[in-house]
Design a binder for this molecule. Sequence first.
Ligand SMILES: Cc1ncc(COP(=O)(O)O)c(C=O)c1O
Length: 466
Amino acid sequence: MQPYLDIFNRVVNNHLNKTRDVIQTTQIQDLDTQLDLQLQAKGADLKTLEAVLQAFLEHSPDAAHPDFFKQLYAGRNKAALIGDWVASLSNVNMHTYQVSPVATLMEREVIKAWRDLVGYKTGEGMIVPGGSQANLVGMMLGRHHACPNFKTQGADGRRLRAYVSDQAHYSSQKAANTLGLGTDNLIGVASDKQGRLCTQALKAQIEADLALGYHPFYIGLTAGTTVTGAFDPVLECRQIADEYDLWLHIDGAWGAPVLFSPKHRQLLENAQLSDSFSWDAHKLMGVPLTTAAILVKQDGALTECCGGGGSNYLFHADQYAHLNLGPASLQCGRRADALKVWLSWKDLGNEGYAQQVDHLQELRQYCVEQINANPNFEKIAPAPYLNVLFQFKPDHITDESILAKLNISICQNMAHNGGPFVDYASYHGRTGIRLILANELTTTEDIDRFLQHCNATGNKLLAEML
Ligand SMILES: Cc1ncc(COP(=O)(O)O)c(C=O)c1O
């Protein structure tokens, strides 16, 4: 083992101590020829393995770099990182208590802590590989609530309909597909000017669908939409869900950590009125990919909906049976992701996470002020949370297709030149630069530098266009 550990130490130390750009190469197509990734009949020597590990890190964007603003995660959560490594070292498997005793107890504890933050007094939960799977299980719980025999008999001619806003993450489409509902039966209801699901449009859509013989069963709200960070209205949607007997799920994959902060948790008020809830640990909680949770208010709902099989060889009726998490999961083999979440939470405490959220919210405010103060920039969506969508927009350019091209080029050009690394996105017909604040170490100086880069790159591209 020692020679491998030596490689590990050298590669990790080299990576952590090296100053580098956020992105080394944009010529992703050339990597094929630059790196020898071919697998061969004979095993390679350790030098080759070390060189490839070094190259892997060098050619991957560095999400912990202060110039990384591209995706809904960033930074380096040290406790979670070592938890991730130790989970791999143990290689315990979460299906039964006997092969994952400590990790099972840790998972129970983090699920309870998450439930407490959401405000569920009862219920259960499960760690899943990501928000997409959490949303899948959320929709499946809704389907099971509406039609318990769908699980055994399939659709049987029923025409179920699910509702999310037109700003919801695409994972709901994947869920409708996977659950055999048909993606056309997932309706993207109009959002209002704030990017929040419009409740009047929702009600009208449900009524119209009932009149056509559809069976509405599910409302999927988003807390922190992917593009603009909007929070859908929970109370009004709870009332609609009650009126039509629909399941109410909240996708908090990105926005849920706001619940840590007494100062900002009102963004997600009434979370406890939902029936189920998705929470990503690998987004704003900074835990390495992949880790999320599905939480549900009703005790036993997960096992009832997802359970089945495995009792002939795996889930024995022994003294530990009540502690086995496997029967309520869609997976069989499952990693001990609870360890990294638990370790990070133990390290930071609720207060540590609250401070991170508060700091990032202050930075967002600062960023919005700087954008508003610069005549070359225009914010193109409300920014209640940690997404700031804005355009480089000199006064004389009003054509949205030109502005879209210009802003996309700014993002691409900056990435091509080593950073900052940021994405673009469209909202209500306009395309701009989507800045994501997820690294708790980001400072106002980083924001200033970022905006200066956008401005300088925009002016340079504009001059080239003329
Ligand atoms: C609002 C929202 N929900 C769900 C997801 C999917 O989460 P995951 O990437 O963990 O599957 C995302 C991803 O960005 C998201 O923004």
